[in-house]
Write a protein that binds this ligand. Structure first.
Ligand code: ADE
Length: 230
């Protein structure tokens, strides 16, 4: 089985590549794709660069060019739910785009005609993640992740996203990856470790915790691969 593992930033995939040690590099469409084998699984790994546009390109490429049959996203997020502290893990049950606004035409925030307001994650991968969390004795919150092309460092905007979408965390790529996977019928799983609380300290905390939180997320994804391999 071929599995895509994607991050947005180099820090989000480096721990995976360091664990795998051996991989082949392939340059395509302005990005580098790493191909590796792990316990009988074929892997394609890449970071997309930040935001919905680049993550759409990368997810599509991983599926259409590299033939990925499942996609796992590993990275960091800003917490909305106060239960989430720095380093904690959240798995998306559903994802939405908080920055889509055609409310002028009477549509709800986040909605695009003929699209879905929320895209739901694959239940099998979510169940697998719960098993992994139990085995690792880690708490894994399941909840809504809101995506937008903005780094949120503002309580007011964060509270608006929380209220409007009942979201637990926010980031900049999950929903666009979900749109691609949903359209192409590829099961997906979006995992994030918290780097900040999307508040006035978010910029500072993001820089301080990006690397350690990205490692938490990557270590969990490696354990998921162990389960997918059997
Ligand atoms: N990813 C991690 N923290 C974030 C934030 N505060 N806003 C958007 N994306 C993020």
């Amino acid at each position: 089985m071929k599995i895509a593992i994607m991050g947005a930033m180099v820090e989000e995939i480096t721990p995976l590549l360091e664990t795998l040690k051996e991989y082949k590099k392939c340059e395509y469409a302005g990005n580098v794709y790493y191909e590796a084998e792990y316990k009988g699984l074929e892997l394609v790994i890449a970071y997309s660069k930040i935001g919905k546009v680049f993550s759409t390109l990368t997810a599509t490429t991983m599926i259409e060019k590299f033939g990925a049959e499942k996609l796992l996203f590993s990275g960091v997020a800003g917490a909305i739910n106060p239960a989430l502290k720095i380093g904690d893990l959240i798995a998306a049950t559903a994802l939405c785009q908080h920055d889509v606004d055609i409310t002028a035409f009477g549509h709800p925030d986040g909605f695009i005609p003929e699209g879905k307001l929320f895209i739901e994650s694959d239940q099998t991968l979510l169940s697998l993640a719960k098993e992994v969390a139990m085995q690792m004795d880690k708490s894994l919150l399941e909840g809504v992740i809101a995506t937008g092309d903005q780094f949120i460092a503002d309580e007011e905007r964060k509270n608006w996203i929380a209220k409007t979408f009942d979201a637990d965390a926010l980031e900049m790529e999950g929903a666009s990856v979900a749109v691609v996977c949903d359209a192409l019928d590829v099961p997906f799983f979006i995992l994030r470790a918290i780097s900040d609380a999307a508040d006035m300290d978010a910029g500072f905390n993001f820089d301080a915790f990006l690397e350690s939180s990205a490692k938490e997320s990557a270590a969990f994804v490696m354990k998921m691969l162990d389960k997918l391999a059997v």
